[in-house]
Design a protein around this ligand. Structure first.
Ligand code: ADP
Ligand code: ASP
Ligand code: MG
Length: 412
């Protein structure tokens, strides 16, 4: 008898019919004699709706209250799914984050999990119950409701799987697994049989929203193997696990894109020591996370500095930079929120040369101008005009032959 964690995302529980279908799928697992702990997201679009409600009250909602509000989405689906299972003749119990006791720190809206109390749940499992956990939410040491950041139900599932030492952690979603790129924008995208935590982490943090970045970090840290698969079919999905020798043979495993950033340029700044510090100190003091930074070589003693920030922080960041313009003696500040960051990811890049030039050539062959570049050991990102999003993804997918079966698949 196995202990199985199954997580169902928003689209999988987006309607009453879908919740009933999920209940049948969970029941099938229980019928095999396995113990099942289910983690659910809110119905598709519900969290966005709740955030819009808060924004209609104020543009700066109190974070504690925001968490009380958005956590309700998962309360609805967990109780509905438990009801459906009970109606089918199974023993089932829903648990909110505070009832399960998923203990987090107090960082409202992006809380970190500190501990999970499993005693009560273990007893309920022993008594033959299917446990349905409301994803995305926890509780701090003072009893305040907290949430784990957007897409956080993935993290709930991984953390619960680690805490109860589950045999399997399945992430059910609306696509058949992790693909070489988003299958919804590139029809040639190919499902990967396996992907390493490292690559998945880069793909997730670079925009592949199929798994939340922090959930992959957690899975890697606690060695939880994930099976990402479709709610709507029985096909095998993608295994996310530790890197092995076969994976090294693949130079590029995926292409991602992220449209959630904007770039700001401060131009005509006298090139003196300390300009970067005087711009980025107030930006980070305002809790704005800067991603890419480029400083041009100075010409006639003047330089330009361009950097990217999350789109929803653009107005705040521009205000800060404008307030510094005079003291920096800068000639101007411009910004652009119609950009996309396209990224190629692959552990094989560590040992292969020429990957960057291949990427730049492929983009330029299709007339796509590169505005910014950044690299790390296993990824290369380029910022381009957002109007080229789909074209850039397809061009790179083709250039690196990702639609063809590679050594990773053949070796399995
Ligand atoms: P859920 O509601 O189940 O959590 P999400 O919408 O968060 O689902 O994530 C699934 C979506 O991720 C897919 O519909 C797909 O458009 C997108 N996606 C982006 N990149 C990838 C990729 N490389 N592989 C699979 N899906 C991807
Ligand atoms: N409902 C939350 C969100 O939309 C959490 C999740 O779906 O994983 O971000
Ligand atoms: Mg998700």
């Amino acid at each position: 008898m196995a202990l199985v964690v199954q997580k169902f995302g928003g689209t999988s529980v987006g309607s009453i019919e879908k919740i009933k279908k999920v209940a049948s799928r969970v029941a099938r697992e229980a019928d095999k004699g396995n113990s099942v702990v289910v983690v659910v997201s809110a119905m598709a679009g519900e969290t966005d709706k709740l955030i819009t409600l808060a924004q209609a009250i104020t543009h700066t909602p109190d974070n504690r209250e925001a968490d009380v509000l958005v956590a309700t989405g998962e309360q609805v689906t967990s109780s509905l799914l438990a009801m459906a299972l009970i109606d089918m003749g199974y023993k089932a119990k829903s648990y909110m984050g505070h009832q399960f006791r998923i203990i987090t720190n107090q960082a409202f809206t992006s809380a970190r999990i500190l501990d999970i109390d499993t005693e009560r749940v273990r007893q309920d499992i022993k008594a033959g119950n299917i446990i349905v956990v409301a994803g995305f939410q926890g509780v701090d040491e003072y009893g305040n409701i907290t949430t784990l950041g957007r897409g956080g139900s993935d993290l709930s599932a991984v953390a619960v799987a680690a805490a109860i030492d589950a045999d399997v952690c399945e992430i059910f979603t609306d696509v058949e697994g992790v693909y070489t790129t988003d299958p919804n924008i590139c029809s040639d995208a190919r499902k990967l049989k396996r992907i390493s935590y490292e690559e998945m982490l880069e793909m997730a943090s670079m925009g592949a929203k199929v798994l939340q970045t922090r959930s992959v970090e957690f899975a890697k840290k606690y060695d939880v193997t994930l099976h990402v698969r479709s709610t709507f079919s029985d096909n095998e999905g993608t295994i996310v696990t530790m890197e092995d020798d076969d994976m090294e043979k693949v130079v590029v495993s995926g292409v991602t894109y992220n449209k959630n950033e904007a770039k700001i340029t401060v131009w005509g700044i006298p090139d003196n020591p300390g300009i970067a510090a005087s711009i980025f100190k107030p930006i980070t003091d305002a809790d704005i996370v800067v991603d890419m930074i480029i400083q041009n070589t100075s010409e006639a003693g003047f330089t330009d500095l361009t950097f990217t920030v999350p789109k929803n922080e653009l107005a705040k960041a521009v205000d800060i930079v404008n307030s510094l313009k005079e003291s920096l003696n800068a000639k101007g500040v411009t910004f652009d929120d119609k950009i996309v960051k396209v990224t190629i990811v692959g552990v094989g890049m560590r040992t292969h040369a020429g990957v960057a030039s291949k990427m730049f050539t492929a983009l330029s062959n299709d007339g796509i101008n590169i505005m910014m570049i950044s690299t790390s050991e296993i990824k290369i990102s380029c910022v381009v005009d957002a109007k080229y999003t789909e074209l850039a993804v397809r061009v790179l997918h083709d250039a690196f032959g990702l639609s063809e079966l590679n050594t990773k698949e053949e070796s399995i």
